[in-house]
Design a protein around this ligand. Sequence first.
Ligand SMILES: [Mg+2]
Length: 287
Amino acid sequence: MLPIQTQSSSSLSQLHFPNPITSFSTFILLPSTPPSQPITRKRAPVTSNSIRMGVTSSSSSKWWWQRALGQRFNGEGAASFLRVAAAEPHLALPHISVPDIRSVDWPALRRLGFRGVIFDKDNTLTAPYSLALWPSLSSSLRQCRSAFPPIGIAVFSNSAGLKQYDPDGAEAEALEEAIGGIHVIRHEVKKPAGTAEDIERYFSCPASHLIMVGDRIFTDVVYGNRHGFLTILTEPLSLSEEPFIVKQVRKLERLLVNTWSRQGIQPPKHALVSEAKKCVKVSPLKD
Ligand SMILES: [Mg+2]
């Protein structure tokens, strides 16, 4: 049985954490790597079986690293980090924290009145820069989809569907094909910046009736809490392709959240859920 963690649990702190001062400084001093113009490059056609976006034979490693860092570090992200850390730490606390989406009781969330689920892509449903669904998640994703008809679920990513990195929507289309037709929302502003308008329009309901699932605290969770979603934090699926600095920032994020949690800070109250634990499976691997 996988360990289950909720926001109120302090077990998240069982990680080896970096020195917060040096990690924080490194985070802030990182350059804003994403190019100001959409990247235009010659690349191999993206198909449902082409797994590594940006690592095709025609890609340069420079482009890959630019994108890898650019997807994770940007001016708004750093500003949001500072703002949340200084004045709004509750926005960084997820309502539910699980190892991966298999631990989520999707029918229970539907019965509470939620109308849809929005997933982050990288390290939540797929490995970073991959178009392939992480194999062990397929059953849970199917259950989620069937629990939330008719529109159900969608993807909101800082890679596929984001105009800056996917200007013609080719990667969004390829991802939709690879994950069984689940819609990828096209948008222009990276999480955590921007509004929830594109998502609310797609689902035809307010964000307070939707669930945001993602692996990054200062991206997915902060964005979700700021706009009134129920937020679910997952552990990253794979760290093997993440730059060293990104791994350090992840640890810093966890350190801060665990500290705030121990201090008794709670995530924003959500009208549809009074006790998040009820939406987490006791035995996630049974079905
Ligand atoms: Mg992610």
